[in-house]
Ligand binder design. Structure first.
Ligand code: LLP
Length: 382
């Protein structure tokens, strides 16, 4: 919730800016810690969701590891207090330089997506006279029932190794001298709100575990990725961590000594952030009223790219409600935050909050139209 005393302080600040409520972040991290510890699960926060240094420092202080997808993310995570021994490195296109830097930094594990990549990691590790610990990202072929751009485990996905190829992958690994296979990794998609998707994932994991046993391979880790959705209609609602972890604890047949890893991103940081913007103009359209605001798709691309819904609140009006299209200043029709939504009477100068913007907001900012990056304000600075 954004309280009135805070709104008064917003009036003096240049807009647009990301506002991070650190109390929300702390309570989310505490909840994740409590629920995951109940089951003995390990958390690696997905840095791509929000890589703001202060946010990362807080998340690191809970003892979570980090899931990174570039060496720059690894470096940022280390600077913010994540030990390399709990950093994993994922992604279909790691460059040679990134692999070399990650090996030198002694990160915990590379989540690998192809034989070609494993061979390159092996040769770089050999040159550095070290060994690389890897996990195999497997495509479990599960429909995530989310937006198609963030669905990652169907037949046409570029992600993961096909189950048909697994035998060849194991044969190849056994001939490589500098690779140690530690476990398997999955990530079926993001903003998943149907628990049935995770149920299907658990049964695939159990089947695959049987198969690895039949090949005499002991898996030390099973990494189930991220994906737990948040409720964009209820920005003050805690994600369903208890239901999620309980389901996995009950359904995955965990072997003795085996560790279960998770890589939540959105569910940790989504609800702590709001994009705060000012109304520049009100303009009558043929069928609607436009509230033209000073934030655009360059500041928060999710509505334009995924038709994502973010709840919008007018923090400075309690007038009679009407219908508005909330749009930005960018020269694209997709620069629309919401269409035909109900807001109290909205005027030039009003301050709007675009809620649940803590995940994939600030990290996806662009400079299109030569726009400046939005500001950042933390609740403890006000
Ligand atoms: N692990 C892997 C391998 C991933 O690819 C991702 C997200 C995560 C973990 C974290 O997933 P989460 O818990 O945040 O769902 N920009 C999009 C989301 C892209 C997600 C990419 N991968 C959006 O704004 O909805």
């Amino acid at each position: 919730m954004i309280r009135n005393n805070i709104v008064n302080k917003f009036r003096d600040l240049p807009t647009p800016f990301y506002y991070y409520d650190l109390d929300v972040l702390h309570s989310t991290c505490s909840k994740v810690k409590e629920e995951s510890e109940k089951s003995g699960f390990s958390i690696h926060y997905a840095v791509k969701a929000n890589a703001n240094p202060r946010i990362l420092e807080i998340i690191a202080s809970y003892g979570f590891g980090a899931d990174c997808v570039s060496y720059n993310e690894i470096e940022r995570a280390m600077e913010c207090g994540f030990s390399p021994s709990i950093i994993v490195f994922a992604g279909v296109g790691k460059t040679d330089l990134e692999i070399e830097s990650a090996l030198k930094a002694r990160i915990a594990c590379f989540n690998c997506e192809s034989i070609a990549e494993i061979e390159v990691i092996d040769s770089i590790a050999a040159r550095l006279k070290t060994k690389a610990t890897i996990a195999l990202r497997i495509n479990p072929y599960i429909e995530a029932h989310t937006h198609k751009y963030i669905t990652t485990a169907i037949a046409e996905s570029k992600f993961g190794i096909s189950t048909r190829e697994l035998k060849d992958v194991l044969d190849r690994i056994s001939s490589l001298g500098n690779i140690e296979l530690e476990g398997i990794h999955f990530h079926v998609g993001s903003q998943i709100t149907r628990m049935s998707v995770f149920r299907s994932l658990c049964s695939r994991v159990n089947e695959l575990q049987e198969w690895f046993s039949s090949q005499n391979i002991d898996l030390k880790t099973i990494n189930l990725g991220g994906g737990l959705g948040i409720d964009y209609n209820n920005p003050d609602k805690m994600p369903e961590f208890d239901e999620y972890f309980t389901l996995i604890r009950e359904l995955v047949r965990i072997r003795p000594g085996q560790r279960i890893h998770f890589e939540p991103g959105r569910s940790i940081v989504g609800q702590c952030g709001s994009l705060i913007t000012k109304v520049l103009y009100i303009k009558k359209g043929r069928n609607t009223t436009f509230a033209i605001v000073d934030a655009g798709m360059t500041d928060l691309i999710r509505p334009a790219l995924y038709q994502a819904h973010h709840k919008i609140q007018n923090l400075t009006s309690n007038g009679k409600t009407g219908k508005y299209d909330v749009v930005g200043p960018i020269c694209e029709s997709s620069d629309t935050f919401a269409k035909y939504i109900e807001l109290p009477e909205t005027r030039r100068g009003d301050i709007l909050a675009i809620r649940s913007a803590g995940a994939y907001g600030e990290t996806m900012v662009s400079g299109y139209n030569l726009r400046k990056a939005p500001g950042v304000v933390f609740s403890d600075e006000l």
